[in-house]
Design a protein around this ligand. Structure first.
Ligand code: SF4
Length: 374
């Protein structure tokens, strides 16, 4: 199947949209021409929407050529600001826009082709009543669903057969938001921007003036040297620094560990604004819950090294991690507060009791902690 220009106007990140642009034969210097004023206005609008509200970005598929051309121009504008945090924000906004359009997509063949050409993933579909149902190879499903924490995403709770998992359109699309975001972010990182014409330079200056200030470095906020932290905690902090999506166990570890070494809820919440789908109120509630200040007023323990290894979140230092069983025993200048450094157990602190991690399944079902996504 070949994408039409209306498809490319919706899914502007597709390689086929690049082919379409090449056929138009537009060069950078052409963008100084008044003929392209709408393209530049739309490109600026795309970036402004990402700055103001990355969850609420519009599409203009009524003006197909403008929409297709404005995407690479927007990428050049963002890259030219040299603001890393704006790159992360823009990539997320575009990924959410694609996700919204894909969820509304009426032609299942477009979805199949998009998965095949941009993600290398072969889907099958059939109609269940009026709605399409997609089938995805089990291994591909598992690879992506591990980042979700609700029980509904577990393989045992899905219908599967013939080596494939059956998914409704919304679930299938939600599964790939992070991949689309990473793909757009990578394109932003790779792009080499030539000298821009004056009219585009003016847009870049306006964007820099309006962009929010960069979030402070995670290590500055918590006021320590990276080498003081165990590799697994450092890995979570590094991912946050780069605006990457820290998996569930990484967030749980980071929050419980930092609380254990005396950081406050405010310190920890302040680390998250670079996370792709950060929501302050949700993050605060979750950290307060782990600290024993909300819900059952139970403080959660730092997971053990074996639990972290089972969940693929151990990045063992061959020397310093050699004989330890908990990240709290990692040799460093910071000492855990309110617990035995050598021990497997924390002591009570304040009004909260302590609790083994992770949280029992039945409570996890009721509430999603340390996650900002479905
Ligand atoms: S051994 Fe423990 S402290 Fe070291 S990286 Fe693995 S989980 Fe972290």
């Amino acid at each position: 199947m070949q994408f039409g220009s209306d498809d490319l106007a919706k899914y502007t990140f597709l390689p086929q949209a690049g082919d379409f642009i090449r056929l138009q034969g537009v060069s950078i210097s052409d963008l100084a021409n008044q003929d392209y004023i709408k393209v530049i206005q739309r490109a600026e609008e795309r970036v402004l929407q990402a700055i103001k509200d990355s969850k609420n970005v519009s599409s203009r598929i009524d003006e197909r050529v403008v929409e297709i051309l404005s995407f690479p121009v927007a990428l050049m504008l963002v890259k030219s600001t040299k603001l890393d945090h704006l790159m992360g924000r823009y990539a997320l906004a575009e990924a959410i826009r694609v996700e919204t359009l894909l969820k509304q997509e009426k032609n299942p063949k477009v979805i199949e082709e998009l998965f095949r050409s941009s993600l290398g993933l072969e889907l099958e579909h059939s109609l269940q009543g009026t709605l399409p149902e997609f089938r995805i190879p089990i291994s591909e499903y598992v690879k992506r669903s591990v980042q979700f924490h609700r029980d509904e995403w577990k393989l045992v709770n899905k219908v599967a057969g013939g080596g494939r998992v059956f998914l409704a359109q919304d679930d299938l699309i939600r599964l790939i938001r992070e991949e689309i975001r990473s793909m757009i972010l990578q394109r932003l990182k790779d792009i080499k921007v030539p000298k821009l014409p004056e009219n585009l330079e003016q847009v870049v200056k306006r964007l820099i003036a309006i962009a929010p200030p960069p979030p402070r470095s995670a290590y500055t906020i918590i006021n320590v040297r990276p080498e003081d932290y165990p590799p697994c905690v450092r890995h979570s902090l590094d991912m946050l620094e780069k605006g990457e999506n820290v998996p569930h166990y990484g967030r749980f570890l980071m929050a419980t560990y930092l609380l254990s070494v005396g950081k406050t809820v405010d310190d920890i919440v302040a680390l998250f604004p670079k996370a792709p789908d950060f929501k302050q109120s949700v993050t605060r509630y979750q950290v307060e819950h782990l600290a024993g200040l909300k819900g059952g007023r139970t403080r959660y323990r730092v997971p053990s090294c074996s639990t972290l290894a089972t969940n693929n979140f151990c990045f063992r230092d061959p020397v310093k991690c050699n004989v330890i069983t908990s990240p709290l025993q990692y040799p460093s200048k910071i000492s855990p507060i309110g617990m035995r450094v050598s021990g497997k157990e924390e002591t009570r602190r304040g009004p909260a009791s302590t609790k083994a991690s992770p949280e029992p399944k039945e409570r996890r079902k009721k509430r999603g902690w340390m996650k900002t996504q479905r």
